[in-house]
Design a protein around this ligand. Structure first.
Ligand SMILES: Cc1ncc(COP(=O)(O)O)c(C=O)c1O
Length: 289
């Protein structure tokens, strides 16, 4: 199964039905397409089991609530739907994408209370998000766009609208030969990458930005637990740009990114060091256990 994402074999769960992959379409006057009234989840199944599946379904509900809509399926129903998508498509190691959005209906203005809320779940095989960066260390650009204040956007939701600046930042990064971009927040503190959280190491201790205006990723929380188990000291705090120079190691965390060491951010270099490697390997073991 490869090629354009709308031209593949398989079955997608859509509004309670299993539909042919190529028939899983929406109308051009779908509210979400015009006003970004959409939330989603990215999940990974390992050996037939979605890692932190329930937490992802709960976050999908939370994100919808942040955007002032309610998904017409319970967390239990979403759990069952995801399991069905994997089973019907014969997938055991896969990426799972659940997306909920305001559909087409009587409203075509900004307000959309009369349009139905829809939900779809698709899954496909998706390898390493950053290619061979896991061994070499990813090269990151520094984005010109800043993560917005929680007073400007629902920063803690996994909402489609928040990715507009991520796509633009990632395009600019790729044009410079980088795999991704690190973003600062609206105050100028180090925030995260375009689809992953960030960690740094200095003198055997870990420093990671406080998630007060971006997604506190499930992978981030998992990795913090792993570091605590190893009694590694974690400083969760605001990080100034000038501190980048003093950090020795760096890695990204995310469902798609998993734990990916970083070798370079702009002009700053990092070694793919022992702790980055250990956490990356231990995460791979954990998600499959
Ligand atoms: C912007 C952003 N930050 C962080 C993350 C990491 O979140 P998680 O570890 O829950 O996948 C993601 C990935 O979903 C993301 O898109």
């Amino acid at each position: 199964m490869a090629g354009a994402y709308d031209d593949r074999d398989g079955t997608i769960w859509m509004d309670g039905q299993m539909v042919d992959w190529r028939g899983a379409n929406v109308h051009v006057l779908t509210h979400a397409m015009h006003y970004a009234s959409s939330v989603f989840e990215g999940e990974r199944a390992y050996n037939g089991k979605i890692f932190l599946s329930r937490e992802h379904s709960e976050r999908l509900h939370y994100s919808a609530g942040e955007l002032d809509f309610e998904i017409p399926y319970s967390v239990e129903e979403i759990e069952a739907a995801k399991a069905k998508v994997l089973a019907v498509n014969g997938l055991t190691d896969a990426y799972v994408r659940a997306v909920a959005w305001r559909g087409v209906g009587e409203d075509m203005g900004v307000a959309s209370k009369r349009n139905p809320v829809r939900l779809a779940i698709a899954a496909w095989e998706w390898g390493s998000y950053y290619g061979d960066a896991k061994t070499r260390g990813a090269k990151l650009d520094i984005a010109k766009w800043k993560r917005p204040s929680p007073e400007t956007a629902p920063s803690h939701a996994k909402a489609a609208g928040l990715y507009m600046i991520c796509t633009m930042s990632k395009h600019a990064a790729e044009a410079k030969g980088c795999s991704d971009a690190m973003m600062f927040d609206y105050r100028g503190y180090v925030a995260e990458a375009t689809g992953a959280n960030i960690f740094f190491v200095k003198d055997g201790e870990v420093h990671t930005p406080k998630p007060d205006c971006f997604l506190n990723g499930l992978t981030r929380q998992t990795v913090m637990g792993m570091l605590e188990e190893r009694q590694v000291k974690i400083h969760e705090r605001h990080i100034m740009p000038e501190e980048l120079e003093g950090f020795e190691q760096c890695w990204l965390t995310g469902t798609a990114a998993e734990v990916t060491p970083v070798g370079q951010i702009g002009d700053y270099n990092f070694e793919v060091g022992a702790l980055a490697r250990e956490i990356s390997d231990a995460y791979e073991t954990k998600v499959r256990s």
